[in-house]
Design a protein. Structure first.
Length: 280
């Protein structure tokens, strides 16, 4: 077990916030292996060292769980719904209390991360950390170059500015992004798949943006969250993250600047056919 700063261990154990834990240490109310600690920077092994706060041992830290779920349409993004509607708790049984990282509306599908790691969940959800979220949207019609350009530039919607998005139209069913279950989900005639990557988390943002440029969403699937990818996980199924995915996820969110990159809009503005005709 790697050594961790004492105040961080106290915060993870639920004793107090990181800053309040530092105050407890300075006040001489924390002991490690029988010795009062008052200086900052002391590192401990939470699995081996005996840590007392006000003479009482701290509780062992609960193991961290990170579960990727492919939420089907028709399920609420909560673990238990008091009204008895279908929810995530109907799909996942982990034996511990888990929380969804962010939400998908009831009609939307795709990747949801479930965890009991509150600090990591906050960093993934909070807008200031700008963690990328990638979606596949099936829209009515075929988006024009101008519509895609507007989304890349960022649009104003109901008095609110939507940040620039990375967006591209996808030909056919995007099998490489969602795996083999595509065979039971053919593309609707006259509709187009669009892939978008956003760094905000506003309510129904993807649906509102695409509708605003004239292409209502018929189906919406989240295929990426931070460094995670949905891949070939079928709807309604879940799995624990691999050790590599867990390390990658923690490394990604540890730094506020780790993935804080502004999406630059394309400098090329699509030229209308009318403008082309005038030039001729």
């Amino acid at each position: 077990m790697p050594l961790e700063r004492l105040q961080k261990v106290l915060a993870h154990a639920g004793i107090a916030s990181r800053r309040a834990s530092e105050r407890l240490i300075r006040e001489g109310r924390v002991a490690v292996n029988g010795r009062i600690v008052t200086e900052m920077g002391v590192k401990v092994d939470p699995e081996r060292d005996q840590i007392l706060v006000n003479g009482e041992p701290i509780r062992p830290r609960e193991p961290r769980y990170y579960i990727m779920l492919h939420k089907p349409a028709g399920y609420l993004s909560v673990m238990a719904d008091p009204r008895g509607r279908p929810d995530l708790g109907d799909l996942v049984e982990a034996g511990v209390r888990l929380y969804p990282v962010g939400r998908l509306d009831m009609a939307s599908e795709g990747l949801i991360l479930l965890t009991n790691d509150g600090e990591l969940a906050n960093r993934l959800m909070h807008p200031r950390y700008e963690q990328p979220k990638t979606y596949l949207a099936l829209v009515r019609g075929q988006p024009s170059p101008r519509a895609l350009w507007k989304l890349r530039r960022g649009i104003h919607l109901e008095g609110e500015r939507m940040a620039p998005a990375q967006v591209v139209a996808v030909q056919g069913w995007p099998r490489e992004l969602v795996g083999d279950w595509w065979q039971e989900n053919p593309t609707q005639e006259g509709a187009t798949w669009v892939r978008l990557t956003l760094r905000e988390g506003k309510k129904r943002e993807v649906r509102r943006m695409l509708s605003a440029v004239g292409y209502p969403v018929l189906r919406l699937i989240r295929v990426g969250l931070g460094p995670l990818r949905l891949g070939r996980l079928p709807p309604g199924k879940y799995r624990h993250l691999t050790a590599y995915e867990s390390r990658l996820l923690r490394r990604t969110v540890q730094s506020r600047c780790g993935s804080k990159r502004i999406l630059q809009p394309s400098s090329h503005r699509p030229t209308s056919s009318r403008r082309n005709r005038r030039k001729r």
